[in-house]
Write a protein that binds this ligand. Sequence first.
Ligand code: 5AD
Ligand code: SF4
Length: 444
Amino acid sequence: METPPQKLPKTFAVKSFGCQMNVYDGERMAELMTGEGLTPADAADADLVVLNTCHIREKATEKVFSDIGRMRKDRAGRGAAAPMIAVAGCVAQAEGEEIVRRAKVDVVVGPQAYHNLPKLVAQAAAGAAPVDTDMPVQSKFGALPARRKVGPTAFLTVQEGCDKFCTYCVVPYTRGAEVSRPFAAIVDEAKALVDAGAREITLLGQNVNAWRDGDERGLHDLIRALDKIPGLARIRYTTSHPNDMAQGLIDAHRDVESLMPFLHLPVQAGNDRILKAMNRSHTRDSYLRLLDRIRAARPDIALSGDFIVGFPGETDAEFADTLSLVDAVGYAQAFSFKYSPRPGTPAADMTGHVPAQVMDERLQRLQAALNRDQHAFNQASVGRSCDVLIERRGKLPGQMLGKSPWLQSVHLTGDHAIGDLVPVTLTHAGPNSLSAEPALSFAA
Ligand code: 5AD
Ligand code: SF4
């Protein structure tokens, strides 16, 4: 059955789920729709709701369908008009037409096609239910309007897609092959973000440290160029693959002051048989030796990672190797997940799926170890002097919240504006945040 004709929407909301790349894509979709004359609104009232979805684990995917159901029910309960619903992001790419069949949404648009959103919305308003999951050779970036970001921290996608094909992961299928954006386009976008108020830029990519400009320049060259932009105080990048951690990038952590001492470098597991079955193409030992080189270049670097427990066939002894790797590294923070079989990936067809109860227990033990190390890292930071970049107001009067160079959340009181870099001494550490006092100034 065709969807009945709708009116062209006047207001819109974008709800992004999942990774930071989705947050970035969501911002660009919002800029695009604003440029088309639509006004941002609450998702509860907007004429058009864009669900920018995540497909990485089964739970994330199911959330999309329950969200659509809940949105329709809430509005019907209030007697409000049904919104036009567009499904974007990785679920859109992976499921395509199936979403229209299963959930009767109005538009389905993949991560490489969202520059077409205005056209697709117009088609939906005329009664069609368009599905655009093309991965065109011409990048979408050229078709998007200029950045309007005003907050102190900004994301900037420099690379998309993944050629690594870890056996559990859908990303190479939903985001496609590794593609790097051109050097000049990135530098221009960074300058526009700084002009619009950004003091910190996080460079994004599924394999951000695989960024290349032809065969010549790597991510470290890009970082060194961005370091020269006046007003840009901090540079970060995520997510990196251990095998793309070039010496030039490690050297940049030693030399480039605006490159923050933080590195998210997923390892996933600590046992070589499991790493091989995951097709990670690094070993426990090669990962640990790489960290030694990075710490030699930047001794205070805060390390972060991703972990999967209960990969098919993982034994208790193999899981124990993940715990001992965590002990050996001492992560400042990390993300950990239960293995979730994804249709179409090689691991989904492997034997030896680990029972749910065993996965729960392993995840609890791993998270206890990671929380312990995060708290220890925070405690070891007490007494350090650093700058805090103020991001927002806290809940208490006069309280402000910001980030340390090591990406810790820091509370402080005082007359500071959002976007200020405040010199402080870190005074107290909790498991998830720290407090700070203004650094003593020794003015004569
Ligand atoms: N099951 C569980 N976790 C996964 N990740 C990716 N695919 C899966 C999966 N099928 C995790 C990895 C990755 C992070 C973004 O999500 O740890 O680094
Ligand atoms: Fe997925 Fe592996 Fe690529 Fe990361 S490196 S996006 S886990 S396939």
